[in-house]
Design a protein around this ligand. Structure first.
Ligand code: ZN
Length: 422
């Protein structure tokens, strides 16, 4: 199991922003486990924050920019790629301007910065974004294909037939070392014909041969040449990694990209999130009634949200119409603690009785341990119960359950069940 990581200490970097041309100081600050990557505009009153998530993307023109209300943070993809590549899960990225500094057009200066700050492991396990089946999007000549894969692999093809780079191909099985050596150093590139057009639009004010590879019909304008013969396609891999980090967790998949860009990358990420949200409803009430013998008014699970290896999460919506509220207590409805225990046991029951060897059995309580009730549960609450299976045999099962409302734990307990034939 790998643990989440943040940086060891606060560190800053000053540089010119590519599009707006202003000098910006970027400061990386350690963040707690579970906080994720969050940007903060420290030059604006109340220092508003924007989390690095795909639902905050407001523009994909020449880079990926995040926005919330009037607040913007532009061109986030290279710092996000560096954070993804170095497996940093939690960090606060402060900026005193609207755009992230361009640095040298690659992610390498950000890699150096993170390494200088140091990297520390945190108390929570890393969560990965995984898929069970292939998924793809296509539009004109663009393709993004996502295949299940136990790590991260990126295959990329670009084609610029009218320029000197023509077609380029790259494929990487990405880990930290591969990212640092093969992907991070590759710089942003642009075409000479576009430079004037972009300048007229008020873009690339900070652009120069110091922070971008400029290509024309005859070749590369930068005197020092390219860092890799296929540097442009490698940079597209870098951009894709930065954009993918907007999933909020590292993806484990093989991604095949053909002629993609930020706008198309973001479309894929939205589709991936959508799929995840749909996938989360694993069992509806009909499915639950097929496994559990309980019925109204004693069925206390509405839906199973997630079911994994030795883990299950169930939901119960508490309405004012629950029959027990009539007497518990008149004028002051509170869910009886014993029924929270029962709701926990039923979620566990779905897991235990779904196992093929236990089909058709009943689960009886054999013991309850370490039960604690921390907050009252009332009408309108959504009770989420997470059960971890500690032990499962053919005639007994031991589980640990935690119920929460709005992310706050309301009750917890350990249960021992005996599984008996009907
Ligand atoms: Zn880029």
């Amino acid at each position: 199991m790998s643990l989440q990581k943040t940086i060891e200490r606060t560190i800053s970097y000053k540089g010119v922003a590519l599009h707006l041309g202003e000098e910006v100081t970027l400061t990386l600050v350690p963040a707690s486990a579970g906080e994720g990557i969050v940007f903060m505009r420290e030059d604006i009153a109340h220092s508003p924050r924007i989390s690095a998530r795909v639902n905050k993307v407001f523009s994909n023109m020449r880079g990926t920019s995040l926005g919330e209300g009037e607040v913007r943070v532009r061109t986030v993809e290279h710092i996000l790629a560096a954070l993804a590549g170095l497996e940093i899960d939690n960090v606060l990225v402060k900026v005193d301007g609207e755009e992230i500094p361009a640095a040298d057009g690659s992610a390498l200066p950000f890699v150096d910065l993170i390494q200088k700050a140091g990297v520390v492991e945190q108390g929570l396990p890393r969560q990965f974004f995984k898929i069970d089946e292939p998924l793809w999007i296509e539009e004109e000549d663009k393709r993004l294909i996502v295949l299940p894969y136990p790590g991260l692999k990126i295959t990329y093809t670009v084609d610029f037939p009218d320029s000197s780079i023509k077609s380029q191909f790259a494929e990487f099985t990405v880990d930290e070392k591969v990212f640092i050596q093969e992907i991070a150093p590759s710089r942003t590139f642009g075409f000479m014909e576009e430079v004037e057009k972009l300048r007229r639009k008020g873009l690339i004010k900070g652009g120069s041969l110091e922070n971008a590879v400029v290509i024309d019909k005859n070749g590369i304008l930068n005197k020092e040449g390219l860092r890799f013969s296929n540097e442009p396609v490698r940079h597209k891999v870098l951009d894709l990694m930065g954009d993918l980090y907007l999933l909020g967790k590292p993806i484990q998949a093989h991604i095949i990209a053909v002629k993609s860009g930020h706008l198309f990358n973001v479309k894929l990420i939205k589709k991936l999130e959508e799929l995840k949200n749909r996938k989360r409803i694993v069992l509806n009430i009909d499915d639950i009634e097929r496994v559990l013998p309980h019925r109204y008014p004693f069925l206390l699970v509405d839906r199973i949200l997630e079911q994994g290896e030795r883990e299950i999460v169930g939901l119960k919506n508490i309405t004012v119409n629950e029959p027990y509220f009539v007497g518990h207590f008149p004028g002051h409805p509170v869910v009886p603690a014993a029924l929270i225990i029962e709701a926990m046991a039923q979620v566990a029951g779905v897991y235990l009785l779904s196992a093929s060897k236990n089909r058709g059995k009943l689960a009886y309580f054999a013991g309850i341990d370490k039960a604690r009730f921390r907050k009252p549960v009332v009408p309108g609450d959504q009770l989420i119960t997470r059960v971890k299976v500690l032990n499962l045999r053919s005639s007994t099962g031991k589980v640990q359950a935690t119920s929460s409302v709005d992310g706050k734990i309301v009750a917890e307990a350990e249960f021992l069940f005996s599984l008996v034939k009907r």
